[in-house]
Write a protein that binds this ligand. Structure first.
Ligand code: HEM
Length: 190
């Protein structure tokens, strides 16, 4: 028998969809509307900072300890996924967990290089700091390259979500909206 359980707490869900919105706004406003772009970037930085803290003190499935797996576990999961018989996880699966870390780190780097690239113009929180002295026009190119990398990770992330939803026969997008997943009442779920 199946039962519905709560997996993602409200803060994780608000974090996720606010991140999606901010990333979309930052992408569209890049090179066009500086003020909007800067504020979307600051919002992303604040969201990432919040999520890192929540990864330590948050609810069960929000914690890093719940979804950071050993490299061998990630490999086994991917091998089983390719064979269409992956083990089901209630929280992030091992590959999804790695993706979350990659996304958070790359988004952190993205916002840092963004703020660093405007610091020499006296703009943003990094103006007047040591970052200003090491930054230059080249930082803008780095920022753009990191943005393209993050976009590639996001596309990979969305593909992973869709593949995982299909293979496990569950709607992960809906779970990130209402916070709930259906699981077998008895079984060795994690
Ligand atoms: C419309 C596009 C998107 C959809 C449908 C989507 C869907 C999802 C879903 C279903 C999960 C949970 C995965 C699981 O069950 O293990 C998730 C997690 C996550 N997604 Fe997305 N996503 C989208 C766009 C993005 C974007 C643009 C970013 C970053 C810029 C992003 C970053 C993340 C992060 C960091 C998590 C981990 C959530 C947490 O544990 O706090 N997603 N996403």
């Amino acid at each position: 028998m199946k039962k519905e359980i709560r997996v993602w707490d409200p803060l994780v869900r608000v974090f996720h969809w606010a991140l999606v919105l901010s990333f979309a706004i930052a992408w569209i406003s890049a090179d066009e509307f500086d003020t909007l772009h800067f504020w979307a970037g600051y919002t992303i930085a604040a969201l990432v900072a919040f999520r890192i803290v929540w990864g330590f003190i948050g609810t069960r499935h929000a914690r890093f300890s719940d979804f950071v797996y050993r490299i061998n576990t990630i490999k086994s999961y991917l091998i089983d996924l390719a064979a269409l018989r992956p083990k089901h996880y209630v929280g992030h699966n091992p590959a999804g967990g790695l993706m979350v870390i990659v996304l958070l780190l790359s988004l952190g780097l993205l916002t840092f290089t963004g703020m660093a690239s405007v610091a020499p113009d006296g703009i943003g929180p990094l103006a007047g700091t040591w970052v200003e002295s090491i930054s230059g026009y080249w930082m803008e190119d780095v920022h753009e390259a990191v943005a393209n990398l993050v976009l590639a990770f996001v596309l990979f992330h969305i593909s992973g979500v869709l593949i995982s939803s299909l293979v496990h026969g569950e709607n992960l997008v809906r779970a990130m909206i209402n916070g709930k997943k259906e699981i077998e009442e008895k079984g060795d779920e994690n």
